[in-house]
Design a protein around this ligand. Structure first.
Ligand SMILES: C[S@@+](CC[C@H](N)C(=O)[O-])C[C@H]1O[C@@H](n2cnc3c(N)ncnc32)[C@H](O)[C@@H]1O
Length: 386
């Protein structure tokens, strides 16, 4: 596909998303109906669609074509070449469209920062002086990070192995065992070092969270909201611990067995009904369901789908998760409450309310990481039971 044809296809996909289809589904549906598109075309289209979604409001919140025009202008694209009307390229930019480009409308802070109006006051309350910068950083793509599986290899050997598959990676400035992918991130899923478990895809902030844990040899650890098992795998790799994984929706853990075997670690899955026979644990890690507001660079669609009602429902789930996780911790043990959100309502408010109603728990450490060049937004609170 020519660059113009890709822009035309991205505009169509964005219109489908505007009509209510989730972004991933819209991309897959388009690809199924467009067998002529190769993997490079699909990847380029995904980038265009996600770039537009990240900055949908600041780009004018128009239809797919309007978004593509604004995006091309923002990123210094050659508008005449992209919108040439030739072949499958989109139609030439009209006089009205040129006038709109030449006279941009004034934008409110929420528009300029690409956040829904209802969320802006909460965002400012949570982030204070960092509110604007934290929003603006999520208008652009995030880097890809890898975790080096220490049981299988070393950082230098992993960098060398990735290079053999033309993937350039470098050690993260602060997080031990974390690599930033500098070139060819799309090759990772086919790279030998990934396929045989020497490296895992995991954001730097999640790796930071696991690195903060203190565990004695043989400790019994439960990843209570395991999902795909990213945290459980990292804990099993880094600590000499007995690691268990649970999720209210066990189907989410379907790939965990294969991933653990590939990484050379053991993670025992427990169903909800089996928790009572397996407690107490020395550490329960609650990676709670959340808005994902610290990871919206990777899932920009989620930013526009979040509503106050959904946030309220998430807060209820978070309060239930922290209380249920705490019940599984033995005396002298620790509880970790984590989210990939930057909203205080999902973080500080949840742990503070929990501690207020159960004074046996004290906060040992609390970190709020903001999305930036070195990783996603992430909240981590370590609580101890006295
Ligand atoms: C943020 S995701 C976990 C991501 C995962 N820890 C990882 O590193 O890939 C949250 C998970 O919590 C699970 N969940 C939601 N409510 C829960 C509950 N009450 N008890 C246990 N798990 C729950 C969801 O099914 C979801 O998989």
């Amino acid at each position: 596909m020519t660059p113009g044809a890709r822009v035309a296809a991205a505009a169509i996909i964005l219109d489908t998303i505007r009509d209510g289809m989730p972004a991933e589904q819209a991309l897959t549906t388009w690809a199924r109906g467009s067998r002529f598109a190769g993997s490079k075309d699909r990847a380029a289209l995904r980038d265009l669609v996600f770039d537009a979604l990240r900055a949908r409001r600041s780009l004018g919140d128009g239809d797919g074509r309007a978004l593509m025009i604004q995006l091309a202008q923002r990123d210094g694209g050659d508008l005449d070449q992209l919108f040439s009307g030739d072949g499958h390229a989109p139609a030439v930019i009209s006089v009205e469209e040129r006038a709109a480009l030449a006279n941009p409308q004034a934008q409110s802070p929420a528009q300029a920062c690409d956040l829904p109006d209802w969320l802006w006051p909460l965002w400012e309350q949570s982030l204070g002086a960092a509110a604007v910068e934290t929003a603006l950083v999520q208008q652009r793509r995030a880097d890809v990070f890898l975790r080096v599986n220490q049981r299988r290899t070393t950082v230098n050997a992993a960098i060398g192995a990735l290079k053999e598959d033309q993937i350039e990676a470098a050690q993260h400035p602060e997080i031990k065992g974390c690599l930033r992918v500098i070139a060819n991130p799309r090759r990772i899923k086919n790279a030998a070092a990934y396929l045989d478990g020497r490296v895992e895809l995991q954001d730097a902030s999640s790796q930071f969270a696991v690195n903060q844990l203190q565990l004695r040899a043989g400790a019994r650890v439960l990843d209570y909201c395991a999902g795909g098992g990213g945290k459980a795998l990292a804990i099993a790799d880094q600590f000499d611990a007995q690691v268990y994984a649970h999720d209210i929706n066990p189907q989410r853990m379907t790939d965990l067995g294969v991933r653990a075997a590939r990484a050379g670690v053991q993670v025992t899955q427990i169903e909800t009904a089996g928790l009572a026979q397996n407690d107490p644990f020395d550490l329960v890690f609650c990676d709670a369901p959340c808005s994902g507001s610290g990871t919206w660079r990777r899932t920009p669609d989620a930013k526009w789908r979040l509503t106050q009602a959904r946030l309220d429902a998430l807060r209820e789930m978070q309060a239930q998760v922290i209380a249920a996780g705490a019940n599984l911790v033995g005396t002298g043990g620790a509880l970790v409450y984590a989210t990939c959100s930057v909203l205080a309502d999902e973080n500080d408010a949840i742990v503070d309310a929990f501690c207020a109603q159960d004074p046996a728990w004290k906060i040992r450490a609390r970190h709020q990481l903001l999305p930036g060049a070195d990783g996603d937004g992430f909240f981590l609170c370590v609580l101890e039971k006295f």
